[in-house]
Ligand binder design. Structure first.
Ligand SMILES: Cc1cc2nc3c(=O)[nH]c(=O)nc-3n(C[C@H](O)[C@H](O)[C@H](O)COP(=O)(O)O)c2cc1C
Length: 234
């Protein structure tokens, strides 16, 4: 007899190893990829991500963090080669991350705020990652996290969420816009509300990913029409 959906979810085991990828024939495991846009090793953005990781671990969700902010990553040159090659011409962390993103059920993008915007290295990375990959991102759950001393948080939050909302990715939300405050490394650990916002976000994201997994089993992904691209000139 078929087990009820809730029971099937409980039986799913966490995947062994730290490589993001579905374990064929070994039940089902959920994975979240975390992109850290801070160049600081133990900065405030990292504190926010650690808070989320603890919740994911309790929920049996596997995580992998990729440090982006400390890398030398160039921007997109609009060469269009990715549409032929299926990957970016610049063979760096972007192409390394692509299969991990494809295999993940959820993506967290976290950035320090620089001049009321995301870290430019992270933006260069995300632009190339999203533009050069053609795999279906529909219903992978996205969440963005922003960290600043004082201002520019919600502008940066909007900026990051736009990568999800052009990609068919539902956006997980929390009890407040997903932000944490701090200036010098470590200060964010004192932002109790910010930390709670991160825990709530991770729990809500987990719920969404599990619900979507059940929904996919029950109904499959939504039908997708062939794309129409107009540029308002012709
Ligand atoms: C180049 C630069 C620009 C910054 N711009 C802002 C800003 O617009 N608003 C703000 O509140 N903090 C700003 N900050 C402060 C950082 O957002 C803050 O120190 C944050 O904690 C850094 O996160 P991290 O420790 O994860 O790197 C800026 C810092 C730098 C280095």
């Amino acid at each position: 007899m078929e087990e009820p959906a809730q029971e099937r979810l409980k039986l799913r085991k966490p995947c062994p190893g730290d490589i993001i990828g579905k374990e064929k024939g070994d039940g089902f495991c959920m994975k979240v990829l975390l992109l850290n846009g801070s160049p600081r090793k133990n900065g405030n953005t990292t504190i926010a991500l650690r808070e989320m990781e603890q919740v994911f671990a309790k929920e049996g969700i596997e995580t992998e963090e990729i440090r982006v902010g400390n890398q030398a990553i160039r921007g997109c040159i609009a060469c269009g080669a990715c549409s032929v090659k299926g990957k970016c011409v610049f063979d760096d962390l972007v192409n390394e991350t692509a299969p991990k993103f494809e295999a993940a059920d959820g993506l967290v993008i976290a950035s320090p705020v620089y001049y009321a915007s995301a870290n430019a290295t992270l933006v260069a990375f995300l632009t190339r990652l999203f533009y050069s990959t053609s795999f279906d991102k529909t219903m992978k759950v996205g969440a963005s996290v922003v960290c600043a001393r004082r201002g520019g948080l919600s502008a940066t939050f909007d900026e990051l969420n736009k990568f999800f909302t052009i990609s068919g990715m539902p956006v997980a939300s929390s009890q407040y816009w997903n932000s944490i405050h701090g200036r010098t490394p470590g200060e964010a650990a004192e932002d109790a509300e910010g930390l709670q916002t991160m825990r709530t976000l991770a729990r809500n994201m987990t719920f969404l990913m599990k619900s979507i997994a059940l929904g996919k089993e029950a109904y499959g992904l939504p039908e997708r029409e062939p794309g129409i691209a107009t540029n308002f000139i012709r």
